[in-house]
Design a protein around this ligand. Structure first.
Ligand code: KIV
Ligand code: ZN
Length: 526
């Protein structure tokens, strides 16, 4: 319990349903594509966090998305699993198929309603929009009882027409009405008033849950989501770390902590266990490769750091002078030295579980072997090392190419040369060498030759995962291949090896994506 917060009783406060779309809207962030084990890992963490609904993907967009929604629907039993669909028969059938094994399955159907979308994107008149809404909400209801309908770009839709569409969707059997601020254009007052108007005026509004879904183009996503709650919305759609299309979606952790810290302004409850916020944030950042900015609210590295002398003095006298939440409330513990070379498999598993990293036995075995190797190189193993290790295991579940050996020669004045040995998916060892403008360039050029995949290098970064001389290095690369962005990460106590692994992880992703027939990055026609 926070040092500030009054005990919260199980009260008659309205409960806000938390709909997490990290795996759908969040995964639409450029370069954030996740593989199946990574998506499952995030889904498990979201369930532990206590979200009510997990939007697990957009099943029609690719076989990978379909498989992920299906696998999550089979495994996760407490949270509702939603699959997204446009207002078309094939989308809805595919989503219905993907969620059919869920203990609680939902189809989320959307259709744009604003004038600009009707005229330019859909080229459809208002009556056609109503007809499609009714027809497709009914179709979705033939698969599941739980159907969410979203009038896309709701916040820029004429209010009268929006009310008409919402009414039609409710009559057709929608159980949740989500009114998105698709382009992050709304202001809090406008958005709150839109909900209040719909809830007051649309016949049947009392039979459904109204939902907010906000994008952060003007930095207002969280403020708008909270304003929607004031206007009567009882579901909020959000993502961990606020990842998502363009500037992202409303950040789950910020919404939750605003509600908890200001119960006077937001007298509502949620089922979120706030102590899992930081572990969940780290997991999503690690697996997506999307870093959390240092000063990010709640989960950023500096969110609870006090630098100025005046602040530090105040904190020592009374924490509440400068702290409105306590770090423990959001699951931020001091980084501890956790394990070392004498730690056994049990302690290893236990610490991973505390970090919300619940691996299956095979992955755990592989991770434990790597842990022992790491212990030989590094005396002190921190939580960040363990997270890096697990990410590497999940990333390499079905690697196409594995790094077997690496030799680099470089120095001032000479030409850098790299010799790389890879093992391909058939177990065959291949070796080649190339020169380059420095050791990293030489390594990447050699890997391109060996894998026969050439991609543009957009960004390359190296940082240390923990402190100290023997810290593990983390390398991240971002490549563009046939207009598609992919990321790769690699870890090692040797930064050149970490860089080669990162490059190879990105190349493996390119290969995996190329085997999919349709991908989310192929624009879908409405
Ligand atoms: O932003 C948006 O409008 C969406 C819909 C699919 C709900 O993501
Ligand atoms: Zn969205």
């Amino acid at each position: 319990m926070s040092h500030l917060q009054a005990p919260q009783t199980a009260s008659d406060k309205p409960r806000i349903c938390i709909f997490d779309t990290t795996l759908r809207d969040g995964e639409q962030s450029p370069g954030a594509s996740l593989n199946l084990p990574e998506k499952l890992e995030i889904a498990r963490a979201l369930e532990q966090l206590g979200v009510d609904v997990i939007e697990a993907g957009f099943p029609i967009t690719s076989p990978g998305d379909f498989e992920a929604v299906t696998a999550i629907a089979r495994e996760i039993t407490r949270a509702t699993i939603a699959g997204l669909a446009r207002c078309t028969e094939k989308d809805i059938r595919r989503a219905g198929e993907a969620v059919k094994h869920a203990a609680h399955g939902r189809i989320h159907v959307f259709l744009a309603t604003s004038k600009i979308h009707r005229d330019f994107k859909l080229k459809k008149a208002k009556d056609e929009i109503i007809r499609l809404t009714v027809e497709n909400v009914k179709l979705a209801r033939s698969f599941v009882d739980d159907v969410e309908f979203s009038p896309e770009d709701a916040s820029r839709t004429e209010l009268d027409f929006l009310a008409e569409v919402v009414h039609a969707a409710i009559d057709a059997g929608a159980t949740t009405i989500n009114c998105p601020d698709t382009v992050g254009y709304a202001t809090p007052r406008e958005y709150r008033d839109m909900f209040a108007h719909l809830i007051k005026n649309v016949p049947g509004a009392d039979k459904v849950i109204f939902s907010a879904h906000c994008h952060d183009d003007l930095g207002l996503a969280v403020a708008n989501s909270l304003a929607a709650v004031e206007g009567g919305a009882r579901q909020v759609e959000c993502t961990i770390n606020g990842i998502g299309e363009r500037a992202g979606n409303a950040a789950l952790e910020e919404i939750i902590m605003a509600i908890r810290t200001r119960p006077d302004s937001f007298p509502v409850t949620t089922s979120i266990n706030a102590r899992k916020l930081v572990p969940c944030s780290r997991l999503v950042s690690t697996l997506t490769g999307l870093y959390v900015q240092r000063n990010k609210a709640i989960v950023g590295e500096n969110a609870f750091a006090h630098e100025s002398g005046i602040h530090q003095d105040g904190m020592l006298k009374e924490r509440r002078t400068y702290e409105i939440m306590s770090p423990e409330d959001v699951g931020l513990m001091q980084t501890k030295l956790v394990l070392g070379k004498h730690s056994g498999r049990h302690a290893f598993r236990q610490r991973l579980a505390e970090l919300e990293l619940n691996l299956d036995e095979a992955t755990l075995d592989r991770a434990f072997d790597k842990f022992k190797v790491l212990c030989d190189k590094k005396k002190e193993i921190y939580d960040e090392d363990l997270e890096a290790l697990v990410e590497e295991q999940l990333e390499s579940t079905q690697p196409l190419f594995v790094l077997k050996g690496l030799q680099v020669m470089a120095g001032t004045g000479g030409i850098a040369t790299a010799t790389v040995t890879l093992v391909d998916s058939g177990g065959v060892e291949i070796t080649d060498a190339a020169t380059g403008d420095g050791p990293v360039d030489a390594m990447f050029a050699t890997i391109q030759r060996l894998t026969k995949i050439s991609a543009r290098l957009d960004s390359y970064q190296v940082r240390s995962v923990t402190g100290g001389r023997e810290a593990q290095g983390e390398a991240t690369v971002e490549l563009t291949h046939t207009d598609r962005k992919v990321r790769g990460r690699g870890f090692s106590t040797d930064i050149l090896e970490a860089s080669a692994k990162a490059y190879l992880a990105a190349i493996n992703r390119i290969r995996t994506l190329a085997t999919r027939t349709v991908t989310r990055h192929t624009p879908l026609e409405e």
